[in-house]
Design a protein around this ligand. Structure first.
Ligand SMILES: CC(=O)[C@@H](O)[C@H](O)COP(=O)(O)O
Ligand SMILES: NCC(=O)COP(=O)(O)O
Length: 266
């Protein structure tokens, strides 16, 4: 399915967890390229990978194999996440050298071997070391997004260092979501951070532990999110529902938030 209209918020499917399952045997299933094709066929706007230095899930060759699939879907985007002080820029250079698509690099301040991403960059403290790697990434033709905690005070510094976007780290919101009072405490922080980023000229992405339950509430409360990247919960859903039905369910969550924004005249 080709998305008939582009919603306010694009859905980028993170296929890390397909690779994690695949890596538990040596027979190549489930295939990350097949997953990519099925998600794009179902209407996903893009694909995300996070090739960690230990290759626990996405391996280097996966980055290129997946890029080649995305290339066959004009208008869809490829987002590669990682730490620019580890392996990210090397893999990005190789993608570009092979003539493969690279739309966005998301810089994440993870340690080598980190269990999963759990915090954003510290700005302005990290500014001086980020500035040159952002410039290198942009010279490759990629947009740069910085993974950030929802701190409105840090957004001007993210713009000043040369980023195009920020990705708001949504795990605290996702953990709070089942408790309405806790959720109501977190959402204004994200809304304020997104507004501060937009006021500084940045576009806003969001990700980490978003799922079919919490996604629409987030997008309703935080206007103008350009892209959500979703992996862990989406791939878990796909084990039950299949890729096509799962991607369509997440697109429906985005559409519900879009409809609310349209109704509100946004
Ligand atoms: C930056 C971010 O939030 C995601 O990349 C997340 O860290 C997924 O990584 P894992 O799949 O390795 O947990
Ligand atoms: N940038 C976040 C991402 O790609 C997916 O995070 P998660 O849904 O696997 O937590």
């Amino acid at each position: 399915m080709t998305p008939a209209h582009r919603p306010r918020t694009a859905l980028s499917v993170n296929v890390n967890k397909v690779a994690l399952l695949r890596n538990s045997r040596h027979i190549g299933i489930p295939s990350v390229t097949r997953a990519t094709t099925l998600c794009l066929q179902a209407g996903a706007h893009g694909i995300t990978v996070h090739p960690r230095p230990d290759e626990r899930h996405i391996r280097w060759h996966d980055v290129f194999d997946i890029a080649a699939v995305v290339q066959a879907w004009p208008g869809r985007e490829y987002n590669i996440e990682g730490n620019p002080f580890h392996n990210l820029l090397d893999v990005a250079r190789e993608v570009v050298a092979r003539g493969l698509p690279l739309h966005q690099l998301t810089f994440v301040p993870d340690d080598v071997g980190q269990f999963t991403s759990d915090h954003g960059w510290r700005l302005p403290d990290d500014a001086e070391r980020l500035r040159p790697v952002i410039a290198q990434a942009r010279a490759l033709g990629a947009r740069v997004s910085l993974f950030m905690d929802p701190d409105p005070q840090a957004m001007a510094a993210a713009a000043a260092v040369g980023a195009d976007r920020v990705e708001l780290y949504t795990e605290p919101y996702a953990a709070a979501w089942p408790d309405a009072a806790a959720r109501a405490q977190w959402l204004p922080r994200y809304r304020a951070a997104a507004a501060a980023a937009q006021a500084a000229g940045l576009q806003v992405n969001a990700g980490h532990d978003l799922n079919r339950d919490n996604l629409t509430d987030f997008l309703r409360a935080v206007p103008g999110v350009a892209e959500v990247s979703i992996g862990h919960a989406l791939i878990a859903d796909a084990l039950e529902l299949g890729y096509a039905a799962t991607v369509q369910a997440y697109l429906a969550c985005i559409a519900a938030a879009d409809a609310a924004a349209t109704e509100a005249g946004a």
